[in-house]
Design a protein around this ligand. Structure first.
Ligand code: FES
Ligand code: FES
Length: 152
């Protein structure tokens, strides 16, 4: 076990963990930040996406030792009251079906809009294509990103 100082959603945390523990386990099991979802567990689906220094990153394959001192943003950190333009757009466009993939979708979209505030359909599809949704919400995800882009 080692000690790690983490910056998550603007808050400082000091945790004890094995160096090879995935960030996803730290978030969910040690810190109770269960908004980030576990699905495939091997970097293929994107459900566990968080932002690390602004980059969308799969927390199930990211070791805790590699993120010490970096800025980590989870779905809980987007806003305290569901007021982020993406969260509002997701509600207005009724994107969610089962919901399981959606925290990863939203965090990936947040990174996209940070880099490209007004993406085209093609740019959205390219940026979002590797976050999988077995409920097939892709069309509404795209609409919600356009709606959020009007606000950011
Ligand atoms: S749970 Fe991390 S990529 Fe699927
Ligand atoms: S909303 Fe069900 S997996 Fe995406």
């Amino acid at each position: 076990m080692s000690s790690y100082d983490l910056q998550i959603n603007g808050q400082a945390y000091s945790i004890q963990a094995e160096a090879e523990m995935p960030l996803l386990w730290v978030l969910r099991d040690l810190l109770g930040l269960t908004g980030t979802k576990f699905s495939c567990g091997k970097g293929e689906c994107g459900a566990c996406t968080v932002l690390i220094d602004g980059e969308p990153t799969r927390s199930c394959t990211t070791l805790v030792e590699s993120v010490a001192g970096k800025s980590i943003i989870t779905i809980e950190g987007l806003s305290a009251d569901i007021s982020h333009p993406l969260q509002k757009a997701w509600i207005e466009e009724r994107v969610v079906q089962c919901g399981y993939c959606q925290p990863g979708q939203i965090m990936n979209a947040a990174a996209l809009l940070e880099k490209n505030p007004h993406p085209t359909d093609e740019q959205i599809d390219a940026a979002m294509s590797d976050v999988l949704c077995r409920c097939g919400t892709y069309q509404r995800v795209r609409q919600a990103i356009h709606r959020a882009a009007e606000e950011v």
